[in-house]
Design a protein around this ligand. Structure first.
Ligand SMILES: [Cu+2]
Length: 144
């Protein structure tokens, strides 16, 4: 499971780390400049190993579940090549199953008019061969 956080006008992603548990979040801890766009509570041990990224990496050929969150208004997670489009709604956690066989880079676009910067609200989905994905996770985890 990977969390996806949409906000005006950017995407962020969170991996639970080796403990496989997401740390709890609170609005008061949200800090975009401080690298905590989802407000992970520093007091929760489960959040200590959470990995927060600006692009979404997943392994190719595997079932992946994304948990979609919106921080402010309705956004929409859209990857054209995957024919995947799902609204992202404040106050809801919406699961989205993904399975991508072809490694490569795909644009994540926001497909719900969400404000002045809507057209700039783009993210990157990087689908990696599973062994490369594993290596990336270990490296990213070690340097967080
Ligand atoms: Cu948007």
């Amino acid at each position: 499971m990977i969390e996806v956080y949409a906000r005006q006008f950017a995407w962020s992603f969170r991996y639970p780390g080796p403990d496989k548990v997401f740390g709890r979040t609170k609005n008061k801890f949200i800090s975009d400049s401080g690298g905590n766009p989802m407000g992970v509570d520093p007091a929760d041990p489960a959040g200590k190993d959470d990995l927060i990224t600006n692009s979404l990496r997943i392994p190719a050929g595997r079932d992946v579940v994304l948990l979609l969150h919106a921080r402010d208004v309705i956004h929409d997670f859209f990857v054209r090549e995957l024919r995947t489009k799902q609204d992202v709604v404040p106050g809801m956690e919406i699961p989205l199953a993904l399975h991508v066989d072809v490694p490569g880079q795909y644009e994540i676009a926001c497909a719900e008019l969400c404000g002045l910067g809507h057209s700039q609200m783009r993210g990157l989905l990087i689908v990696m061969p599973p062994d490369e994905y594993q290596k990336w996770q270990q490296t990213a985890q070690a340097s967080r």
